[in-house]
Design a protein around this ligand. Structure first.
Ligand code: ADP
Ligand code: MG
Length: 446
């Protein structure tokens, strides 16, 4: 039973979710949902596709139940309707001038114009995957098939996928190519099922020369869709048509059927990693140059040092600096960077390591008390763990020996140095000790 109107309850729920979820999650999954006014017993939600409905039910069932209550059968008092698709799709810009005339059954190719091979900066962690992508673009269906690209968020998977598309479009004008996110594929399938035009869709997919599929991880737990995807996949591969897939995980770690995983492993599985610092600097400079922003080398290094696990953030940094320096008519300096980009920056984890944490960890490992470790007892059972703790402090912390030794209950710095030397020597010979110390380090650095 709802005590308020469904609209009111829903907006309270949204306010709660907005607090709890990230801005992107909210924008992607919740903002597009509309409430349809109806009788007051059931909340009628209009969702853009079945995907959003499933996401909501899979991830927020309990929260929804808390807000809306449940029916005696345990069912949520919600019904879903799927929005009629608008004629226009969100524009990622289709390439305009090409004589590539899409037939009514062939949707325009949506590629981000900035995502080309020329604009993809190479480094040791992405060189291999870039050259595999270029190989596929140059000889579709004839080199690696499928090409499966996996790696973390913001490392250039979509960029490479679109670069293949752009290259093929430019150099193999006759080939029929389609680039799609997994979510769009599912939407397409849902639409065509509803419109009873599934055969038309099958014909379209099976007539392609190149299929580029982004973010296959979204096919996980979508059993019905997975089967259709797998059929499409097999029919293309069997005709030597090129398939490229991106994913945030390698095939073997995806929760998909063994059959599909095996298919995806048929060709080449290539990993894309975070670029090293020199490559990050080169990316920053490339992005800055394209925007006409002057970015001194030392500042680029400073930024690259502190943004180290997502290229998209490097780009965000350049955009932010550019907007600021343009508006204020200033040059980029370390000060400006520090002020503007502070919250994007990550700091090396050891900064949080303290002597207290080290003592805690060592005390647990050797089953002694922290006060013993800090005390004066010289029995071997205590003195040895104490030396290990001292060793870890010197290894993991940047404080001076004098400062460190005072944290051990007023020992002298030569005691600490002696402990460090002794344990350093032992670690080389004693495997068990080395494993214990590695474990303690990992624990402390997490
Ligand atoms: P992913 O799909 O892996 O999450 P994207 O392909 O969307 O990542 O890349 C995120 C952003 O970083 C894009 O703007 C892309 O142009 C940029 N980028 C990633 N890697 C590189 C690279 N090696 N050189 C230039 N830009 C890159
Ligand atoms: Mg992507």
């Amino acid at each position: 039973m709802l005590t308020q109107t469904p609209e009111e309850t829903w907006s309270e729920f949204l306010a709660f979710i907005e607090e709890k979820s990230s801005a992107t999650e909210f924008a992607n999954w919740f903002a597009p949902i509309k409430v349809i006014p109806g009788d007051s017993e059931t909340l009628v939600l209009e969702v853009p596709n079945i995907f959003v409905q499933e996401y909501l039910l899979d991830n927020y069932r309990e929260d929804l139940a808390a807000f809306l209550g449940t029916e005696s059968s345990g069912k949520l008092p919600i019904s879903f309707v799927i929005a009629k698709k608008e004629a226009t799709k969100p524009p990622i810009q289709s390439t305009p001038s090409e004589p590539h005339t899409p037939s009514p059954s062939q949707p325009p190719l949506k590629l981000n114009p900035g995502y080309t091979f020329q604009d993809f900066i190479e480094g040791s962690t992405n060189q291999f995957v870039k050259s595999a992508a270029m190989g596929v673009a140059a000889r579709p269906g004839k080199s690696y098939n499928p090409l499966f690209i996996h790696g973390g968020v913001g490392l250039g998977k979509t960029h490479l996928l679109h670069a293949i598309g752009a290259y093929v479009q430019e150099n193999h004008k006759r080939l029929k190519i389609h680039c799609i996110t997994t979510e769009e594929f599912i939407n397409d399938l849902v639409d065509n099922l509803r419109n009873k035009s599934i055969d038309k869709m099958k014909r379209f997919y099976r007539s392609l020369d190149i299929l580029l599929v982004d973010d296959i991880q979204f096919l996980q737990n979508r059993l019905n869709f997975e089967e259709e995807f797998c059929n499409t996949f097999e029919s293309l591969i069997n005709q030597n048509k090129q398939i490229v897939i991106t994913s945030d995980k390698p095939p073997s770690q995806l929760k998909l059927s063994e059959r599909l995983i095996a298919r995806m492993e048929w060709g080449l599985v290539a990993h894309i990693g975070m670029p090293d610092i020199e490559t990050r600097v080169a990316i920053l400079q490339h992005k800055a140059e394209k925007k006409g922003l002057r970015l001194p080398q030392n500042v680029a290094f400073f930024i690259a040092e502190h943004i180290f696990n997502n290229v998209r953030q490097l780009e965000g940094a350049v955009n932010r600096l550019n907007a600021h320096c343009h508006a204020m008519n200033t040059e980029v300096t370390e000060d400006v960077v520090q002020k503007l980009l502070h919250e994007l920056f990550q700091y090396a984890p050891h900064k949080k390591i303290s002597v207290e944490n080290i003592l805690k960890s060592v005390a647990t490992m050797f089953n002694v008390s922290i006060s013993d470790l800090k005390g004066q007892t010289r029995t071997k059972e205590i003195a040895f763990p104490r030396q290990v703790a001292m060793y870890l402090a010197k290894e993991l912390m940047t404080d001076s020996l004098v400062k460190l030794s005072s944290s051990f209950g007023g020992k002298t710095h030569s005691t600490l140095l002696h402990a460090w030397k002794k344990i350093t020597g032992l670690v080389k010979r004693d495997d068990t000790l080395r494993r214990q110390i590695d474990m303690a380090k990992r624990n402390l650095e997490e």
